[in-house]
Design a protein around this ligand. Structure first.
Ligand SMILES: Cc1ncc(COP(=O)(O)O)c(C=O)c1O
Length: 379
C-alpha cells in the first residue's frame, strides 16, 4: 500500500473558529477594529509584556508601517539579514531606503552581530532582526551595536511569537516588531499580521498611518468630534471576520504550541544519532532562548545532498522544502549591488537547508513516517 502523504504544512484550526466567524457576520461589524480585533489585541498584549498591538492584513503590511514610522527614505540604510523573506527588505525599498544585507551566524541562521558591526555606516538608521525558526537572535550583542550607532531595532518576528529570549517575549525586545498570521504560521487567519509597539511614543502616529493617514481611531474612541487627513498612511486594518478566526486560535495557543513542541523535540531526539553518523546538523538552541517551535530544519553536508534528500522525501510523499534564497543574490538584490560572497554563511546555509513537516495536526504515525524517511537517507 502507498504510504499516506505527509504535507509540509496544514494550517492550524481551532474549535471555536466557525462560531466566531458566525458571530462576526451576525454582529454586522465586518471591517477592522471590531470586537474580535479587540479580543486578539488583548490576548497578544498579555503575551507581549503589555506592548501595544495593532492588527494588520499581513506581516508585510506591518513591516511597511515600520518603514513609515521610521521615516526612512533615499540616502538611508536599513541593515537586515539576507537570509529572510522579501518583505523584510521590500518594506524599506518601497520608501526609497537601501537595504544592507548582513550575514548570519552558522549555528542559528540569525543575524551575525560581528558582520552587523562591520556593515554599519553613518547612513545606517535601523536594524531589522529575524528570529529564524522562532529562535532568538543574540539580542545582547545586536543591541550593543545598535546602541553604539543609534540604530532603531525592529524585530521581524514572523516566526517567533511565543518564543522567548532571557525569559522575555520575542516581539517585545525592539522598539517595534511585526507578527505574521499567514497560513504557514503557528497561529493563523489565512493572511494576517500585527505591528507591536514597545515604544509608546510611536502609538498615536501608528494608529494614523494604519487608518489611511487619518485620526479615525481617536474619533472612534470619542477623543475628537470628527476625523480628517493628518499624515501619510494606508489601509492597514484586518477584517474583524478574520480576527474572529485568529481569536479562536489565540485562545488555544498553549495547546497549539505544546503539540508543535512535542513534534519538534521528537524530531530532535529521534534524528540525533542519524545526523551525527552522517554529518547532518540539527537546529541549535542557545541557552538563553525559549523556541517558538515554528520550524525544524536539517543542514545537509552540501547543496547536492540537500536536493537529493528533498527528492528522496518527496518520493515517500513527505513535503520537505528548502527555505529563503539569499536576498543579495536575487534579481532585485543584484540590482541593488549584491554579489556572490557578500554573505558567505547565508549562501552556504541556504543551499544546505531543508525543513521537515511541523504543524499542530500532525499525527504520531505521520511523525514516525517522517523520521523513518529521513533515517533512510544517506547523504
Ligand atoms: C521573516 C518573514 N517576514 C515576513 C514575512 C511575510 O509575512 P506575511 O505573509 O504575513 O506578509 C514572512 C513570511 O513568511 C517571513 O518569513
Amino acid at each position: 500500500m502507498e504510504p499516506r502523504p505527509v504535507p509540509f504544512n496544514r494550517p492550524t484550526t481551532a474549535s471555536r473558529a466557525l462560531d466566531y466567524v458566525g458571530e462576526a457576520l451576525a454582529g454586522g461589524h465586518l471591517a477592522g477594529d471590531g470586537p474580535f480585533t479587540d479580543r486578539c489585541r488583548q490576548l497578544l498584549e498579555e503575551r507581549l509584556d503589555g506592548a501595544r498591538v495593532l492588527l494588520t492584513p499581513s506581516c508585510t503590511h506591518a513591516l511597511e508601517m515600520t518603514a513609515l514610522l521610521l521615516e526612512v527614505g533615499p540616502g538611508d540604510e536599513v541593515l537586515m539579514p539576507s537570509f529572510t523573506f522579501v518583505s523584510t527588505a521590500n518594506a524599506y525599498v518601497l520608501r526609497g531606503a537601501t537595504p544592507v544585507f548582513v550575514d548570519i551566524d552558522p549555528a542559528t541562521g540569525n543575524l551575525d552581530p560581528d558582520d552587523l558591526a562591520r556593515k554599519v555606516t553613518p547612513a545606517s538608521r535601523a536594524v531589522v532582526v529575524v528570529h529564524y525558526a522562532g529562535i532568538a537572535c543574540d539580542m545582547a550583542r545586536i543591541g550593543a551595536v545598535a546602541e553604539r550607532h543609534g540604530l532603531v531595532v525592529v524585530e521581524d518576528n514572523a516566526h517567533g511569537l511565543f518564543g522567548t529570549w532571557r525569559s522575555r517575549p520575542l516581539g517585545a525586545l525592539g522598539a517595534m516588531a511585526t507578527l505574521s498570521f499567514h497560513e504557514t504560521k503557528n497561529v493563523t487567519c489565512g493572511e494576517g499580521g500585527a505591528l507591536v509597539l514597545s515604544d509608546p511614543a510611536l502609538v498615536s502616529r501608528a494608529e494614523i498611518i494604519r487608518e489611511k493617514g487619518t485620526n479615525r481611531s481617536q474619533f472612534i474612541r470619542g477623543e475628537v468630534n470628527r476625523y480628517a487627513w493628518m499624515d501619510v498612511g494606508s489601509s492597514y486594518l484586518l477584517s474583524d471576520v478574520l480576527a474572529g478566526v485568529l481569536a479562536s486560535q489565540l485562545e488555544e495557543a498553549d495547546a497549539i504550541q505544546e503539540s508543535r513542541r512535542r513534534t519538534w523535540c521528537h524530531y530532535a531526539e529521534a534524528l540525533a544519532p542519524w545526523a551525527a553518523s552522517c554529518g547532518v546538523i540539527l537546529p541549535t538552541v542557545p541557552d538563553d532562548c525559549g523556541p517558538a517551535w515554528h520550524s525544524f530544519h536539517l543542514l545537509l553536508p552540501d547543496r547536492a545532498a540537500r536536493d537529493r534528500c528533498i527528492g528522496h522525501l518527496r518520493d515517500r510523499g513527505i513535503g520537505a522544502p528548502f527555505h529563503y534564497l539569499p536576498l543579495h543574490l536575487s534579481d532585485m538584490g543584484r540590482r541593488l549591488g549584491g554579489h556572490e560572497g557578500d554573505c558567505p554563511v547565508t549562501e552556504d546555509f541556504s543551499a544546505r537547508l531543508l525543513r521537515l513537516p511541523l504543524h499542530h495536526s500532525l499525527l504520531d504515525d505521520e511523525v514516525d513516517a517522517v523520521v523513518a524517511g529521513v533515517r533512510a537517507f544517506r547523504p
